[in-house]
Design a protein around this ligand. Structure first.
Ligand SMILES: Nc1nc2c(c(=O)[nH]1)N[C@H]1C(S)=C(S)[C@@H](COP(=O)(O)O)O[C@H]1N2
Ligand SMILES: [Mo]
Length: 557
């Protein structure tokens, strides 16, 4: 009891700090939505952290959290913010001014982060300003205003330094209400010396304070979640649903018979959109209205071009199966998918723009400022590089780049597959480093030949006898000639290749294994159409993609 007593004001401070922070974040979220800026402080600060984080650190986050790294970052930011809020509250109990200064500092951080986000206007400062203002007002209302916790007189005189600086002194005896608030301190048996540090808070005042905190948290939740809800409602889902994609003048080749093996656990030949991996630096998915969307093809070109979405849809379209892969895909990893993309070929468009001499790099720029750079020669060598508007028969899903993204067969996503693309700038590799390059990744990112065992899964126990080993292999824009499987240190055995639509997609393969009892490791390797065998030398994903053989240990009973 006496422990509670002595820390009571501190607990109040901490609670007030958290309530103030919650109101700041909630209000800022609502203001961000209402003012149309997509820069609520948590997102803006998180985004700044993402962009400022040194490559290895971000890599660590990606390794550890895989696609959940964004959620982890937001939770981390929220936990840090909570800690900071508690600190501000504790400080405010001793000095309200210092506490308010803490809030001011946080507001400045929020404003700075919001204003430096790509495409942010002056209005981006509003959410943080208003949030910080409300937090300051609430903090002093809770700690020094009419909602402030009132301390019992004697304690105040006992120790001034833990008392609220301008807290009211409520001299009402705390008796008689104690039973209504079970965790409230007893007034103490008569004769028990009151701890000299701080006094018990009058239960009535305490309840008033807690009600205030509760109300603040409620308002914060309503503002925050209401804002979120409104922003999704205001998003571009409706615009996307209304789009009717044109038919391609050059349709996708139908899947050859047998391209799809019916083996459980084997990745389907065409990845459904909902299962397609997602990688990007965007903490909130950019909402780009197709009506407003423009693509500028500019830089070192003879004829700069600006296209609207309608202009794009009016151009002849192709539809192709293309397997997209992430450079961060570990050997055996899942950051790869195969989809049927509908879009406008990039080669002819770039030819119309007319690259000038030395323009060896085409930089794709997203509406959120992210950039990637592809070699001009690759985009104009006749391969099906495209500005994609459709994915597996529907308009691009918003998280996969709606309304328009780039897809280039044979290049990792980080050097080519710009989602929410709004600019293609012709420049040179010497003159411009795209987003990931200064963070330690190679400027050139052709996809490496790889193969993966999908079944059996690692560390499974299998019954001895016939076992189907199956998986996928890829060497985009080159093609796969052969896949081989090896058990332990045995001979490489040829697997059966399923047919593929083109050299731009992965192929499925399978191999029948007469499994014998014991611990075994299965390995796979692919050979591309030029005869180059996938290297067994294990290398990390950075700077330009992992190499090595996928190994799957299993137990056979
Ligand atoms: N705007 C934007 N586009 C982007 C990225 C990004 O961070 N921002 N990441 C790229 C990377 S690293 C990859 S692997 C692919 C992934 O595309 P997906 O999410 O549709 O699978 O998108 C690319 N396009
Ligand atoms: Mo990627």
């Amino acid at each position: 009891m006496s422990r509670w007593r002595s820390t009571a004001p501190r607990g109040f401070g901490a609670l007030a700090g958290v309530a103030a922070a919650a109101v700041a974040i909630g209000a800022a979220e609502a203001v961000a939505v209402l003012t149309g800026s997509r820069s609520a402080p948590l997102i803006a600060v998180g985004g700044a952290v993402v962009d400022l984080a040194p490559g290895p650190l971000k890599q660590f986050a990606t390794d550890v959290f895989y696609v959940y790294d964004k959620i982890a970052l937001l939770i981390g930011t929220a936990v840090l913010l909570g800690g900071f809020a508690v600190l501000v509250g504790l400080v405010a109990v001793r000095s309200l001014r210092l506490g308010l200064a803490g809030i001011g500092l946080f507001g400045v951080l929020g404003v700075a982060a919001a204003l430096t986000r790509p495409g942010a206007g002056p209005a981006a400062a509003l959410p943080s300003l208003i949030g910080a203002g409300l937090a300051a007002w609430l903090l002093q209302l809770l700690l020094a205003g009419p909602l402030g916790p009132a301390l019992v007189g004697p304690a105040l005189s006992g120790s001034a330094d833990t008392a609220p600086p301008s807290g009211r002194v409520d001299t009402a005896p705390p008796s008689g209400r104690v039973d209504e608030t079970p965790s409230a301190p007893e007034s103490g048996p008569v004769g028990t010396p009151v701890a000299p540090v701080a006094g018990p808070v009058d239960p009535v005042a305490r309840r008033r304070f807690l009600t205030g905190v509760g109300a603040a948290l409620g308002v914060a939740a309503v503002a925050g979640f209401g804002g979120r809800w409104l922003s999704t409602r205001r998003g571009v889902s409706a615009a996307r649903a209304a789009i009717e994609l044109p038919a391609p003048i050059s349709p996708a080749r139908p899947l050859p018979a047998g391209a799809e093996l019916t083996v459980p656990q084997l990745a389907p030949y065409v990845t459904p959109n909902r299962d397609f991996y997602r990688i990007d630096t965007a903490l909130v998915v950019p909402q780009v209205d197709p009506e407003q969307w423009r693509l500028r093809i500019h830089g070192r070109v003879r004829n700069p071009i600006t296209l609207s979405y309608a202009d794009l849809l009016a151009r002849p379209m192709i539809e192709r199966h293309i397997t997209l892969a992430c450079v961060s895909n570990e050997v055996g990893g899942e950051l790869i998918g195969n989809a049927r993309w509908l879009g406008v070929p990039l080669g002819p468009l770039l030819a119309e723009a007319g690259p000038l001499a030395g323009a060896d790099q085409v930089v794709g720029r997203s509406v959120d400022g992210w950039t990637c750079g592809s070699p001009t020669t690759v985009l104009t060598d006749g391969r099906d590089a495209m500005l994609a508007v459709g994915m597996n028969g529907v308009p691009l899903p918003i998280e996969h780049g709606f309304p328009v993204r780039v897809v280039v067969p044979g290049l990792y996503g980080y050097v080519s597959a710009c989602k929410w693309v709004v600019e293609l700038e012709l420049t040179s590799f010497a003159d411009f480093d795209a987003y990931w390059v200064p963070r330690g990744w190679a400027a050139q990112g052709p996809i490496k030949t790889q193969s993966r065992i999908d079944t059996p899964r690692a560390r499974r126990t299998l019954a001895a006898g016939p076992v189907t080993v199956a998986g996928v292999a890829w060497a985009q824009h080159v093609g796969i000639q052969r896949v081989e499987v090896r058990v332990d240190d045995g001979q490489w055995q040829p697997a059966t290749l399923a047919p593929a639509v083109s050299a731009d997609t992965w192929v499925q393969w399978s191999w029948q294994w007469a499994a014998t009892s014991g611990e075994h490791t299965l390995r796979v390797r692919a050979t591309d159409a030029t005869g180059a065998v996938q290297t067994g030398q294990a290398r990390r994903i950075d700077p330009d993609g992992a190499t090595g053989w996928h190994a799957v240990p299993v137990t056979v009973d």
